[in-house]
Structures are given as structure tokens and as C-alpha cells.
Design a protein around this ligand. Structure first.
Ligand SMILES: [Zn+2]
Length: 425
């Protein structure tokens, strides 16, 4: 007997090249049947969801979120962050290690899985840090953390400035297969910067970070990936230069993948003038030239994945002004709609390409058994109404935090039903 059936939906599963109207049934938490018409006898006791006119895709994966637990529960918890994820159509999130304490031992990886098993709405896949305490001085026990379930390693929030340590991390990546996820900002070029270096920073009298701060580290880490054969994943690409470096590296066969976040393909640094600290993030919002390059990178496959860098901060923290407020914005509940509205509707990506960048591709980068509707796969499914028009209302967010520049924006295309292992979340 099925747990759930989603009938009459337009099924798009990029991993299996499925693009057809039909039914999906989920039995014992696993995909049992995809496409065609479900036999009505099978529908008894199952939860039947009518998806007529809707798009049915594998449960979305966000490969870059900050859930803030342990240590910063006033900003977010694994419970609230994953509730926001589910509300945005995500069934899986991968969470960064810059908590307090930092996730830098196998025991701490196990703790994240333990908290998630008790409180999370979605699947949670933790990253471990590359260096102990994010201090950039010594490598963590990546081998042990990988055995404990870490899906990759990242000092996200800061750059590992020691190139020899990065070489060693990528050497281990080559041996064990996990990705090294890099936040690319040269600390010295970036010193004191609170936004992009450019016309707006000069006008506002704020210290800006040049594109070169990102490009230099992307170039360095590509060289180290090329030297070691390790898997480099560039987090939140923001510059035209980084896109081109990654494009050329891929052409040479370097094992490099990359992601971008919605704010970096939609907003320019002029947003800082209008939105203040809700437009403050690292790497910063750049220029239209960078946006054009990022969109071209998404189109030609240079940029593999779409991620949010969901970075919740309490209102009192974001109210501290441009110099003192922490970096980042929340993003889990708006990412899908921003992708549909600003990438698919203008024709930059097909719907299938956009969905692949939020399902099969991030699953492949992280090496997790998600992101597909293959028979026997975990029954994580997201249903989307691509024609629904809604206004972002941050007061209704499931996140504990409210820091978004997108509140009030009218977006077209929203998730409607999200199932995790066949159960509605
Ligand atoms: Zn980062």
C-alpha cells in the first residue's frame, strides 16, 4: 500500500530525463512508481495529492545554509531553519560548520545528526570545518568526520589563507572524494570592507572589497585543485572574474564545481543605499557586469548549483549599522521563487535546468542519495505552482530571523506541497 500518491502532475526529474504528465507513488518512504497513471486500487489509505497543472520535482536541496545551532540559537535553530527550508520547498539542507563550538570533530558531526534526528523538518547533512576552530592553523580530522557523515568541508565565513593547508585539504579530498567548499576573499584586500568597492562605496564613504579579493583566492584554489586532483567547490560566486576562472579550469579538466546565490544574480551594490544592512553580505553584492557574467555562467554550466547561503541574524544585530552588523541574509523561503522569477521566466535557464541546479547537481557534488525520483530512491518530492504570484512577507517566515532584502517583492512560482519520505512537511 502506498504512503502517498501525487497524481496528474507534470513530473520533471533531470536526473532521469523525465518530463511528462503522470503520477508518482511513494511506498515505505521510497519512490515506488513514476509516470503513467496510478492504479486506483493502490490509492486506498494513501494520501492523494492532486497536482493537476503543477510541476512535480525531486525534493529540493540547498547545499549551503547556516542553521546556527549550536551556539547561536537566538538567530536560528536546526528546528526553525529546517522549518523555513520546508516552507521553501527544500527537503534537504547542508549546514555550515561556523557554529559555536565549530563543527571540527567527528563527535560534533554526530551531534548535528543527533539534534537533526530529533528536531529537523528536513534532512540535514553537516559540513565539518577544514581547520580547527576555523582558525586557519591546523587541519581537522577530516577523515574521521567524513566517516561520521560529514558531506564536505568548509571554513565558510572565512578564507583559509594558508595555501599549504589548502593543498593538504585538497590532497585528502583527492583520496577520499569529498568536496572542499571554499569561501574566497583574500583577507588583506578585504580588510575592513563592508560592501563592494565601487561607485556606491565611494559615495557612502564605506570601505569596499575589490573583485580581486575573490578572484585571487579562486585562482589560487583552482591551482591547488589542479595540482592535487582534489574536488574544489567554490561557494557563493560573486564576480565576473571568478566565473571566467572556473570556466577555464573546467575546460582544462580541473575538478571544480561552483554555486551562486539569488542575491548575487539579482541585486547590485546600489542596493546597500536602499536597504542598508539587509544588503550587507560577504562576498558583497557587486555590479551589473558581474550579474551578467554569473547568469552566463549559470547558462553555460560553469556555475553548477543554486544555493541560498541562508544566514539568519537577529534584528538587533542587523540594526547595528553597516560597520558593525553581521554579514548575510536569510534565503530558504525565497530561493525557488527568485530562481523561477529571475532565471526561468526571462529564459536564462529552462525549468529543467533550474531544477537540476537545486536537485541532482548538488546531490552529486555532495555525494548524497537525494535529488532524484528514481524508483527506490528516498521519497522526497516538491510540488511547484509556477504560475502562482505571491508577495514575500518576511513577517510570516518560519526562520527566527527577518534579514532579507526581498520582503514585499512580488514573485511568480512557489512551492505548494513538500513531502519528505512520503510525508507532508
Ligand atoms: Zn561564505
Amino acid at each position: 500500500m502506498s504512503d502517498a500518491c501525487i497524481i496528474n502532475g507534470h513530473i520533471i526529474d533531470p536526473a532521469n530525463n523525465i518530463d511528462e504528465v503522470g503520477d508518482i507513488s511513494i511506498t515505505d518512504g521510497k519512490i515506488a512508481k513514476v509516470g503513467g497513471k496510478e492504479a486506483l486500487t493502490d490509492l486506498q489509505n494513501a494520501n492523494v495529492y492532486d497536482a493537476t497543472g503543477l510541476i512535480v520535482v525531486p525534493g529540493l536541496i540547498d547545499m549551503h545554509v547556516h542553521l546556527r545551532e549550536p551556539g547561536f540559537e537566538h538567530k536560528e535553530t536546526i528546528a526553525t531553519g529546517t522549518a523555513a527550508a520546508a516552507a521553501g520547498g527544500f527537503t534537504s539542507v547542508a549546514c555550515m560548520a561556523n557554529t559555536s563550538p565549530v563543527i571540527d570533530t567527528p563527535e560534533k558531526i554526530e551531534q548535528i545528526y543527533d539534534i537533526a534526528s530529533k528536531t529537523a523538518t528536513t534532512n540535514v547533512f553537516p559540513f565539518g570545518s577544514i581547520t580547527t576552530g576555523l582558525a586557519g592553523e591546523e587541519l581537522t580530522d577530516m577523515r574521521g568526520m567524513h566517516s561520521a557523515g560529514a558531506v564536505g568541508f568548509s571554513d565558510d565565513g572565512v578564507t583559509v589563507m594558508n595555501a599549504a593547508l589548502m593543498r593538504d585539504a585538497l590532497t585528502l579530498s583527492a583520496e577520499l572524494g569529498f568536496p572542499i567548499m571554499v569561501h574566497c576573499e583574500e583577507h588583506n584586500l578585504n580588510a575592513g570592507a563592508v560592501m563592494n568597492l565601487g561607485e556606491t562605496s565611494r559615495k557612502l564613504g564605506l570601505v569596499g572589497s575589490p573583485n580581486a579579493a575573490e578572484d585571487i583566492i579562486v585562482a589560487r584554489d583552482i591551482m591547488l585543485a589542479e595540482m592535487t586532483g582534489g574536488h574544489l567547490h567554490v561557494l557563493h560566486v560573486s564576480t565576473a572574474g571568478a566565473v571566467e576562472l572556473i570556466r577555464q579550469a573546467k575546460k582544462r579538466g580541473v575538478h571544480v564545481t561552483a554555486e551562486v546565490c539569488p542575491h548575487h544574480w539579482i541585486l547590485t551594490d546600489s542596493e546597500v543605499e536602499k536597504q542598508g544592512t539587509n544588503a550587507k553580505m560577504h562576498p558583497p553584492l557587486r555590479t551589473q557586469t558581474d550579474i551578467d557574467a554569473i547568469i552566463e555562467g549559470l547558462r553555460d554550466g560553469t556555475i553548477d548549483a543554486i544555493a541560498t547561503d541562508h544566514a539568519p541574524h537577529a534584528p538587533s544585530e542587523k540594526a547595528q549599522g553597516m560597520l558593525d552588523a553581521p554579514n548575510g541574509i536569510i534565503g530558504l523561503e525565497t530561493c525557488l521563487s527568485l530562481a523561477l522569477t529571475y532565471l526561468v521566466q526571462p529564459g536564462h535557464l529552462t525549468l529543467t535546468e533550474a531544477i537540476a541546479k537545486m536537485t541532482a547537481i548538488p546531490a552529486n557534488i555532495l555525494g548524497i542519495d537525494r535529488g532524484t525520483l528514481s524508483v527506490g530512491a528516498v521519497g522526497d518530492v516538491t510540488v511547484i505552482d509556477v504560475d502562482a504570484i505571491n508577495r514575500v512577507d518576511v513577517t510570516k517566515s518560519r526562520s527566527k530571523s527577518r534579514n532579507t532584502p526581498f520582503t514585499g517583492w512580488e514573485l511568480r512560482g512557489w512551492q505548494t506541497i513538500t513531502l519528505r519520505e512520503g510525508k507532508k512537511i
